[in-house]
Design a binder for this molecule. Structure first.
Ligand code: MRU
Length: 351
């Protein structure tokens, strides 16, 4: 199994996603500042993985603290949360994770400093395990929507590498394959960071799931030729009305899917659903360094001085989304009602 990130005795260990697919190397962060850097630099990326990385970064910072009183520890904890919270703005899982660690701190603050540290480390580890269980549950729900035989298109990487294991969109595909469905995956390359060609193709190859990489501008033609039976992608933040922020280019795929009558599914855990944001207009979109667009593997592809834009995400309006697959079940339009209903439902991940 791919270990995207894990808590170890010597620090938080990450597979370095900037080096894949050609090098499988790992980095171990020993301080929370290093964890903030690996989130910012996309050594670890993907909304659920970012969330758990944030929690582990906070736990690491607290564990390293020299604070002698609970008050001092709390001050340091707040500073750590602040630094981690400024790394990437779009994936709401980051803020969900910080809030969950804050709530944990409040619940255990009556204890002594070493016990508080221990409780926060355990909470981060629990979030890691819960993420995998959520993905497996999502897979079971989502597999029912996959064709028994045919091709499924995905954009970016919403797989084991974007989570603590198994994946959201790729978890749905994995579960369908485990059930005996004959799925062939079309992976959009996903410029500029190439999460599709570098990461999705890498992990599906490891699992022996047949995969074809296409450049992003080929997706429409593949749909027109009848090669795509369904589309499944992940999400970085889903607003209460079902608008979906995901990797730049997702919106284009969703509009093309509608034109060709192809179902467009989004798979995401509840930690990605932001019921406090009413619609997509309220979702902050990260703008990344223009160098990701102007250079490929260190080689300049754009003349000096040309204006470049690099929004890392776009928002797909809910009207293009056929269903949202979560660990609690499948939501369909109107999403204000279906997401709220699932949020209120008791969660039994084992079922
Ligand atoms: O910029 P990234 O690589 O962090 O963006 C990742 C995506 O957009 C994923 O599709 C999303 O986080 C879902 S991951 C399960």
């Amino acid at each position: 199994m791919i270990q995207t990130l894990e808590w170890t005795d010597s620090g938080v260990r990450f597979i370095d996603q900037t080096k894949l697919p050609t090098e499988e190397t790992y980095v171990t962060c020993k301080t929370y500042e290093q964890v903030a850097d690996v989130i910012r630099n996309m050594v670890v990326r993907g909304a659920p993985a970012i969330g758990v990385a944030a929690a582990m970064g906070i736990a690491l910072g607290v564990q390293n603290s020299k604070a002698e009183s609970v008050g001092e520890l709390k001050q340091e904890f707040d500073r750590i949360c602040d630094v981690i919270g400024k790394t990437r703005p779009t994936a709401v899982n980051l803020f969900w994770a910080i809030r969950r660690m804050q709530e944990k701190f409040e619940r255990v603050r009556v204890r002594a400093v070493p016990q508080i540290k221990q409780a926060l480390v355990e909470e981060a580890q629990r979030m890691h395990a819960e993420d995998i269980a959520a993905n497996q549950a999502m897979g079971r729900h989502g597999a029912t929507l996959m064709p028994s035989s045919g091709s499924v298109l995905t954009h970016c990487n919403a797989g084991a590498l974007a989570t603590c294991g198994y994946g959201t969109a790729l978890g749905v595909i994995r579960a369908a394959v485990e059930e005996g469905k004959k799925i062939h995956v079309y992976a959009d390359e996903t410029r500029p960071f190439l999460q599709g060609s570098r990461l999705t193709a890498w992990e599906l190859m490891k699992d022996g799931i047949p995969t074809t990489v296409i450049s992003d501008n080929m997706a429409g033609e593949m749909m027109k030729q009848g090669k795509i039976g369904a589309i499944v992608v992940g999400a970085d933040r889903i607003a209460a009305n079902g608008d979906v922020a995901n990797k730049i280019g997702t919106y284009t795929v969703a509009v093309l899917a509608k034109e060709h009558g192809i179902p467009f599914y989004v798979a995401a855990p509840f930690s990605t659903i932001d019921l406090e944001t009413s619609d997509g207009a309220g979702i902050p979109i990260e703008q990344r360094n223009s160098r990701e667009v102007t250079h490929i593997a260190g080689k300049q592809m754009v003349p000096d001085g040309v204006d470049v834009e690099n929004p890392a995400f776009d928002v797909t309006p809910a009207k293009y989304v056929s269903a949202i697959i979560t660990e609690r079940g499948i939501a369909r339009a109107p999403y204000e009602e279906s997401l709220q209903k699932l949020a209120e439902q008791p969660l039994a991940l084992g079922s």
